[in-house]
Design a protein. Structure first.
Ligand code: CIR
Length: 253
């Protein structure tokens, strides 16, 4: 179960965030409204939410998930692969120390964004992507092992981040699509196949037996409900314009 979450208010510069989505530029005022609704959903799931101030230096800084990995045993500051996001971690470091005694770091030449990491119990799958390199993954696995956890790598070819196309819902249930449906590493899970036209909804998030899903993806919502979960649909369309999903908007621990 998770107790806490950290989010960061979107900044005005969000309109300059990295995007390959081709869905237009986010409307700042709407992003703020949607972000507030997202926080409310986290609270409904029982989380105590820390809201960090907007950081105008980093257009993508509302996607806090990429800057750190929070585990039950330690927190790890990442080293984002996107150059415009590299120094988001400077502001994140003191926050990690507020919550953890043990804080580790990914260092150069390693790069890693935690959107590439999916937790399944004490094991962490690490996607090798354009943002996360072998060295970043190697360091992460060493850190996890030092703190009595494990990690393994998954090669990505179609997706920005590992969790762009995967969502672990606990109880062996894994939302998946595309290249992940046929990977041997995931064959042991009960794969819930996300329809291709709803691919954005693969990034749904289990929080304490409720699953947050992006609003507007009814087939995936039904798929999750049929698997036995309560769902809360949250409109995050402004963040979708920047390839950001539900998980990217918070650190949950
Ligand atoms: C980026 O390209 O870095 C941001 N526009 C979106 C980050 C999404 N984060 C994630 O999937 N964990």
């Amino acid at each position: 179960m998770f107790q806490k979450a950290i989010v960061r208010t979107p900044c005005k510069a969000i309109i300059k965030g990295i995007s390959e989505a081709d869905l237009g530029i986010p409307v700042y005022a709407n992003a703020l409204i949607q972000h507030t609704e997202y926080i409310n959903a986290l609270k409904i799931c029982g989380l105590d939410v820390t809201v960090l101030e907007a950081d105008e230096n980093f257009p993508d800084s509302t996607f806090v998930e990429d800057a750190a990995l929070m585990t039950p045993n330690c927190a790890i500051l990442t080293r984002p692969g996107a150059p415009s996001r590299r120094n988001e971690t400077t502001a994140m470091l003191p926050i990690l120390h507020d919550f953890y005694d043990k804080v580790e770091k990914i260092t150069a030449p390693g790069t890693l964004e935690a959107g590439d990491i999916m937790m399944v119990g004490a094991h962490y799958y690490i996607g090798l992507s354009e943002r996360t390199n072998h060295e970043g993954a190697r360091q992460m696995i060493n850190i996890l092992e030092k703190h009595k956890m494990t990690g393994s790598v998954i090669n990505l070819s179609e997706f920005l981040h590992l969790k762009t196309g995967l969502g672990y819902l606990e109880n062996n249930n894994l939302l998946a699509l595309g290249e992940f449906l046929t990977k041997k590493e995931f064959a042991k899970y009960n794969l819930l196949k996300v329809p291709i036209e709803e691919s954005y909804a693969a990034n749904s998030v289990w929080i304490n037996d409720t699953v947050l899903t992006p609003a507007g993806f009814p087939k995936t919502k039904k798929l999750i409900e049929t698997a036995g979960y309560k769902t809360i649909a949250v409109d995050v369309s402004e963040f979708q314009k920047l390839d950001g999903g539900l998980s990217c908007l918070s650190l949950r621990f």
